[in-house]
Design a protein around this ligand. Structure first.
Ligand code: ZN
Length: 393
């Protein structure tokens, strides 16, 4: 400060009005009260920065563990091998909200400064927007007329909102119970949870997710291109005769209740097979379900088959976590936002693993504060229907 003043003196010869102002400011800044306030603000800022940094580094180290522990699939999902029945039976499932000691352990460890609570009054001035709670589902108004298709009957109802809509679908659900528990509690509903039909304690997991405001679809195992990948028991394979193929479709659909539709787990070979997809869609039609094409192959004929059978259908826009590092997932979410901003809506698929859930927890409140709306899959389906009907008139 003194140097600046000296320089100004040298240049102008006498103190200018500006120099006097600067001097006055210098005096103000030397004031102990001012210094104390500045110190508090600085320490607060550093604390927040350290917390964010720790959160991210913790997330990525967690991901490395997951990467080592699970087998990677090329374009589809990282699927842990099916849980052996005996092992799953030993550990009774409980997705009900856990006492505080269960979950926040890691959070406390990594968070010297607690994350902003939606309701809690900010500690300093109300400059920073607090985390905004995600859109909560609203109860379906009145009883539905008989014959209402399942994709409407079981849909999570959301209030009408303007602004770009994003549907996040969580594939491979039902195996990683830690991730499932987290999604039952973390208040970022509505997500669309795609359950593997061979998961254990399936219906109680489904019920817990519905209770938390999430929408449910069946993540139907279908034949991948590579014979090295195992889509799981009762998978839909191109080589099966019609009868067996249909039996498997029905087995998968009968495993749970309360869902709105189906998307494909793997299936890069199966979804490109017109005969197989026609059989799948015939059953979907009979049950009033919708179909989300995960688009694990560019050669998918799922949409054509669905249209043929009058099955409401959508397709995935973006995969979130082919690379499970936090910054990469975040990058995919940014792309999802961009797409939603451009087209009014976007569908992104992630997987039921802690790294993805953690990034979603951080991203969702910020995205909502920026004007995006998280919606269940059916909200986009209804919107598309309205557009299609208008076009047909
Ligand atoms: Zn999958």
């Amino acid at each position: 400060m003194e140097g600046v003043l000296a320089a100004k003196k040298r240049k102008k010869g006498k103190p200018s009005a500006l120099a006097r102002k600067v001097r006055a400011w210098a005096g103000f800044l030397r004031n102990p009260v001012t210094l104390a306030i500045a110190g508090v603000l600085l320490v607060g800022g550093l604390g927040a920065g350290v917390w964010v940094g720790l959160s991210l580094s913790d997330a990525s180290s967690d991901m490395n563990k997951i990467l080592v522990a699970t087998e990677r699939e090329p374009s589809d999902a990282r699927l842990p091998p099916p849980v052996p029945r005996s092992r799953a039976n030993e550990t009774p499932l409980n997705l009900a909200p856990q006492p505080d000691s269960e979950r926040p352990e890691r959070r406390l460890a990594l968070a010297p400064v607690p994350p902003p609570k939606p309701q809690g009054p900010p500690q300093t001035a109300p400059v920073q927007p607090a985390a905004v709670p995600a859109l909560r589902p609203v109860p379906t108004p009145g009883p539905l007329p008989p014959g209402t298709p399942a994709w409407v009957r079981n849909a999570v109802a959301v209030p009408n909102t303007s602004g770009p809509k994003i549907a996040i679908v969580i594939d491979d659900a039902g195996l990683d119970l830690k991730a499932m528990r987290r999604m039952a509690q973390n208040n970022i509903a509505p997500l669309t949870i795609a359950f593997l039909p061979y998961a254990e304690n399936l219906q109680s997991q489904v019920d817990a997710m519905r209770q938390a405001g999430h929408e449910i679809i069946v993540h139907m195992p279908m034949e991948p291109q590579s014979a090295k990948e195992n889509p799981g028991p009762n998978a839909i394979l191109t080589g099966l005769p019609d009868e067996e193929l249909l039996r498997r479709v029905r087995w998968n659909l009968d495993r749970l209740d309360g869902y709105v539709g189906v998307n494909n787990h793997m299936g890069s070979r199966m979804t490109a097979d017109p005969r197989g997809m026609a059989l799948v869609m015939s059953e979907m039609r009979a049950r009033g379900l919708m179909f989300l094409d995960s688009r694990t192959t560019a050669h998918s004929v799922a949409a054509q088959a669905a249209e043929q059978y009058g099955v409401p259908n959508l397709r995935r826009d973006i995969f979130l976590d082919n690379d499970t590092r936090a910054d990469k997932i975040l990058e995919q979410l940014r792309q999802t936002e961009e797409m939603a901003r451009k087209h009014g809506h976007a569908i992104a698929i992630g997987h039921a693993h802690i790294p993805t859930v953690e990034v979603l927890e951080q991203w969702a409140p910020v995205a909502i504060a920026r004007g995006f709306t998280l919606v269940p899959l059916t909200a986009l389906m209804k919107e598309r229907r309205v557009v299609q009907n208008a076009a047909q008139r």
